[in-house]
Design a protein around this ligand. Structure first.
Ligand code: C5P
Length: 404
């Protein structure tokens, strides 16, 4: 499996005849299941049509720093933040000089300056231009900035010269990217996470819900992303910002949560259910606001059971590696072990709630239990806990998959 699967790669194309190889590069990156966006300089568009790259990447091609439509969809700052890797192929002597000296006079160089993504350049130019001391000094400057130069190769050039300056072939660039992209614990996995509470409507203005803040689920989503996974987060109503780089789907009720999970479970590898799903919902959801009615002192609301989303998904999608959460106020371990079996899970994280513990807090402690073992993760910040939890999960997930 490729190290660049699921990586968000921005392919920058500058104005050189080697631009024709960029189409192949784009195609091969997508074949490796990387997510690809393309940014072209104006002169690049003279060599290869943006339409070709748009067709190959299936996404609009970005060319203009001041394109208001593109800015509305994904502006230069978003693109800069979005990318894990930026590869400029071909990189002309002109663009290399601009990057080496921090210019930001077009969309591509502006993105580069605004981004923390790992940057690679694949130079392509006439052999004399390559050998000029200015270019060589710029290349050295890039190396000192931790920007990696791939190639160029020696050979016959488009202008008829023979020498150094040919852009590497697309498959050689892919091999270099893969070699330089470290495998992280969750590389090549797609993780589906549920988080937050559900709200079960009584009428258009009232609902039944719980105290879940969503902090644990959001922390897991952020940690999973940093550990190399592609992450989808299905979230109930919470007061937390959507984690950048995570596809976040907002729901309200348990039934909406189930529908959304069913939609995404098929092409996920791991399912983590941190959501505090309401166990019951009102049988009748009044279309109008329920009136106080002065002649009655009591109001009885009949509830019906909600689906158990974790158990349903784990049963209907047996390929998934599943981690559930058991928030308990008593008999923590015994109840968690029961749920591990009854819901057919691979792992369960048991955490004590109530008495000022668990929900709404920034810290948490859990007992992580699987079929033939368990480990205590002591009280710590939920973000740290998320990393520890996922490291253990990744180990079990890999062992489990190695068995097949
Ligand atoms: O059975 P209990 O609610 O204690 O189980 C908790 C686990 O099951 C959590 O992982 C929670 O996200 C999940 N759950 C669910 N659907 C429900 C109830 C709980 O997915 N209706």
């Amino acid at each position: 499996m490729s190290n660049i699967k699921n990586k968000k790669i921005l392919l920058g194309i500058t104005g050189g005849i080697a631009g024709y190889k960029s189409a192949e590069l784009c195609r091969l990156l997508i074949k490796q299941q990387a997510e690809v966006r393309v940014c072209m300089t104006q002169s690049a568009t003279e060599f290869i049509s943006p339409l070709t790259l748009q067709a190959l990447s299936t996404k609009p091609v970005h060319t203009d720093l001041f394109d208001h439509e593109a800015e509305a969809a994904m502006g230069h700052i978003e693109l800069a933040k979005w990318a894990d890797i930026i590869i400029i192929a071909p990189a002309t002597a002109n663009t290399i000089a601009k990057i080496a000296h921090g210019f930001a006079d077009n969309l591509l160089t502006t993105i580069i300056l605004a981004s923390h993504a790992k940057l690679y350049i694949a130079p392509a130019m006439n052999q004399n231009m390559w050998q000029q001391p200015q270019t060589q000094q710029n290349i050295q400057q890039l190396a000192s900035l931790n920007i990696k130069t791939l190639g160029p190769a020696h050979g016959i050039q488009a202008c008829g010269d023979t020498g150094m300056g040919r852009m590497l072939e697309a498959r050689e660039i892919i091999a270099e990217l893969a070699k330089n992209t470290p495998q992280t614990l969750l590389t090549n996995t797609t993780i589906l996470i549920t988080a937050g509470p559900t709200q079960e409507a009584l009428d258009p203005v009232r609902y039944l819900s719980n105290r879940s803040s969503g902090k644990m689920g959001y922390a897991i989503a952020k940690a999973a992303l940093q550990m190399g996974a592609k992450v989808r987060l299905i979230s109930g109503p919470v007061n937390l910002p959507e984690p950048i780089g995570v596809e976040t789907i907002k729901i309200q009720s348990a039934q909406q949560l189930l529908t959304s999970c069913q939609q995404y479970a098929g092409d996920s590898d791991i399912f983590i259910a941190t959501a505090a799903v309401a166990d019951f919902r009102p049988i009748v959801q009044s279309q109008q606001k329920i009136k106080k009615q002065d002649d009655r002192d009591k109001l009885t609301i009949e509830l019906t059971k909600n689906p158990d989303i974790l158990a349903t998904i784990s049963h209907d999608f047996p390929h998934l590696f599943t981690l559930g959460f058991a928030a308990e106020t008593e008999q923590l371990i015994t109840s968690a072990k029961k749920k591990l079996k009854s819901k057919k899970l691979d792992m369960i994280a048991a955490n004590q709630v109530g008495d000022n513990l668990g929900f709404e807090k920034n810290d948490n402690a859990i007992e992580l239990i699987w079929h033939d073992g368990q480990i205590s993760l002591p009280m710590m910040d939920k973000q740290n806990l998320a990393f520890k939890l996922l490291s253990l999960l990744a180990k079990h997930y890999r062992n489990c998959n190695a068995a097949y």
